[in-house]
Ligand binder design. Structure first.
Ligand code: PXP
Length: 249
């Protein structure tokens, strides 16, 4: 029987629509609860330093009523560490953050920030919060993540998703496959995400070591035309088929 594959739904994009008007709707917490009902295995919220989409109150409200798990995405700052320790999500995913970027553009340079990230992992490990470091599929960064003591990596699939040609995409896929095998051989649990859609998810979901995919933008875009729950169910079905798992519902 293949390993199960989990779907984490990122609801930041719902908050982006709300913030565009500065009103109370659409509510990312409402989206998160709907996502759970559609079979999402967890919810990701990225509280950015500039609060451009998710707000502190969204994270607090969801942490208080989640039925699955919160994956709190954050930059490695004192402010975010304090929030994470207060709300105690099951998972944190540490990402690099730049004010001018449209979305998380690249992976963390763990090798160059080993001491600070090791301290962060120790803090989270001591508080039963599972740390994932968001990195490019690169051996040096995987080795550094293992050294830092994070139990999880999340592999950045952006280069794969944005590849312009089939051969470029194959090349990026191979990097993710090899990185997954290598990371798993070191005992790391492998998540992946960024830029995944119902059109490109299957080859990533088929990688046997991949434990969870975190998907946001394409799901919320599909939700505009098919509704959030059907969009999630369809994506999840594609992931299970790629993993050759029977549909769960
Ligand atoms: N994983 C991480 C660490 C991210 O920063 C993002 C983007 O917020 C995602 C997954 C989801 O990417 P997308 O919105 O392109 O599906």
């Amino acid at each position: 029987m293949p390993n199960p594959i989990l779907l984490g739904v990122n609801v930041d994009h719902v908050a982006t629509v709300r913030q565009a008007r500065g009103v109370r709707y659409p509510d990312p917490v409402h989206a998160a609860l709907q996502a759970e009902m559609a079979g999402a295995d967890g919810i990701t919220m990225h509280l950015r330093e500039d609060r451009r989409h998710i707000q502190d109150d969204d994270v607090e409200r969801f942490a208080a009523c989640t039925q699955t798990k919160l994956n709190f995405e954050m930059a490695a700052t004192e402010e975010m560490l304090a929030i994470a320790l207060r709300i105690k999500p099951l998972d944190v995913c540490v990402v690099p953050e730049k004010r001018e970027e449209l979305t998380t553009e690249g992976g963390l340079n763990v090798a160059n920030n080993l001491n600070a990230l090791t301290e962060l992992c120790v803090e989270f490990n001591n508080n039963d919060i599972r740390t994932s470091l968001f990195i490019d599929p690169d051996k040096t960064q995987i080795d550094a993540t293992a050294k830092a003591g994070a139990p999880f990596i999340e592999l950045h699939t952006g280069a794969y998703a944005e590849a312009k040609t089939v051969s470029e995409q194959q090349h990026e896929l191979q990097k993710i496959q090899q990185a997954s095998t290598y990371a798993a051989s070191l005992g790391l649990i492998v998540n992946a995400g960024h830029g995944l859609t119902r059109f490109n998810v299957a080859p990533i979901a088929a990688i046997p070591e991949v434990h969870e995919l975190n998907i946001g933008h394409s799901l919320i875009a599909d939700a505009l035309f098919m509704g959030l729950q059907p969009a999630i169910k369809q994506l999840r079905q594609l992931m299970l088929e790629a993993r050759q798992m029977p549909a769960l519902q």
